[in-house]
Design a binder for this molecule. Sequence first.
Ligand code: AHR
Length: 680
Amino acid sequence: MDMESWKFLRSVCILSFLLGSCFVYQSLRVVHAQEDGKPAVTLQVNASNGAGRLIPETLFGIFFEEINHAGAGGLWAELVSNRGFEAGGQNTPSNIWPWSIVGDQSSIYVATDRSSSFERNKIALRMDVLCDSNGCPSGGVGVYNPGYWGMNIEEGKKYKVAFYVRSTGDIDVYVSLTSSNGSLTLASEKITASASDVSKWTKKEVLLEAKGTDHGARLQLTTTKKGSIWIDQVSAVPLDTYKGHGFRNDLFQMMVDLKPRFIRFPGGCFVEGEWLSNAFRWKETVGPWEERPGHFGDVWKYWTDDGLGHFEFFQLAEDIGAAPIWVFNNGISHNDEVETASIMPFVQEALDGIEFARGDANSTWGSVRAAMGRKEPFELKYVAVGNEDCGKTYYRGNYIVFYDAIKKTYPDIKIISNCDGSSRPLDHPADFYDYHIYTSASNLFSMYHQFDRTSRNGPKAFVSEYAVTGKDAGTGSLLASLAEAAFLIGLEKNSDIVEMASYAPLFVNTNDRRWNPDAIVFNSSHLYGTPSYWVQRFFAESSGATLLHSTLKGNSSSLVASAISWKNNGTDYIRIKAVNFGASSVNMKVLIDGIDPNVMKVSGSKKTTLTSSNVMDENSFTQPEKVVPHESLLEMAEEDLTVVLPPHSFSSFDLLKESAKIRMPVSDSSSYHQKTTTVG
Ligand code: AHR
């Protein structure tokens, strides 16, 4: 700085000081500290050929549980809730929630009876229309379904509506998509049929094209014809779902962007049930959708029609390109257990479930899959025996029967025990043990070292559920995500024994939060990722990459860092990731050994940072991008990789390795650009 500038600066500073603040001086001081080339810490990375260790191909995946309406009213695009009127119970009279009537008691009377043609779900709706074209309100009377807190109907899009109907007379029924209070019709079609046509249950289908948009729309079935009509199994699905497979596109894409290598499903506690009678039992969830009975998931306290069933989970795994990990019920719920002497029916159910997925089309259960349109088997290499019930009276006994039976028929299938083998050896055989951790931010941050001293013998770890919870997390804070980032770096470093890891829970429909926090928040039409979601995106390239040996030197108690090398389309990258859990900015010098220093050139690098002005900041529908990663180019002096880690931040630095050179990378297609408003 020359004398003139210094004098000018001094006068500005004095002036500012006199005004009570030396803001200009303080800003300069920060810039100076970043530029003075005195890093507080050094990360030494060994990038020599052959010096690293391969990270398992499967390391980072997702855990999909039917919790928070993740599936029903979420990823599964079915718009009708309680489509078969079964949710009110199998005995009549029953309530028909969330269905409601259009009209009043003088014009329509509705009741449930057990007249359905479907054996496993006998409840149907009977509507007695008391008015006719002279007396009925102009829009007719009938019933409507509001979906899951409103249906997302979008102008120009098509919706397939199907339902079963029966009557003693001729019918004309209007099938309409309307605004939330029914005042505005977005799409409508009239279905007429003669009495002889509908004297028995008949399926009717219409394709509706929306003429307007409403995120809180409803489906109506109305008529102005006097008489009795029975209705059953009503479905409304957007025509545009992922590959036509029934998955809501925007939520699906959020999963794909994580590049998950596995998907664990369908729970969690959802698999267990408070009581076995309410547990997820796969056989009740396959076959034609109309025939599925649905069930009340009593842990998360909501009804699911089970449109997203055993078949659809395997389809989902395949569509995302992730290995399916099927968790089945092992005869144990939260409150009841099947004793080992009587466990065989459950074991057979698990074997049948495996056969359903990977048996050939002529096998007993493979043929059920084939009848659903899928002749070729799905891939299935991992199963988990129950969830979080290690130590219960019959866990070990039951587990061993499951293990022996599965290994006998399918020796290649890897079996996951839910007993924690990280601190002491398991007392039963297993290929993996399941490890769950929900804790405070500071605890999880320090658990960066959790697996450092774990025995390298025995089964490998599957960290299938981890998250910061409680007040540190709120409904998804930056603070929580930073601790998780440190924990994940620890897992990466210990990936010689930790083979798989997934955050939990993945999804929450904001209208029915059963668990906080969650990675992806949505309603009928919008969504956003929490900071924890964005942290996972930093690890999308880690599975199958090479972990480089790295050492952090200096005062680093609130820092965690690592280095990997990974390939994209035949090009090599080095990615440095660093968490600054502290409240001060830190300079980190990166020394990369193993690359000829004489020919190594640093022409720039891509920096991605997740941070915010307040460590408790969260994203929301109104500010979906408050805490999201930001990419920038980082200009640095030749051969001096000194990077600034802002307070409370997670950063990655992607360096392109061209033989002996390091150059700025070309961004790959998966940018961090946040999609927040996906429809409308
Ligand atoms: O992820 C939410 C729940 O936490 C899971 O259902 C269960 O496995 C754990 O207790």
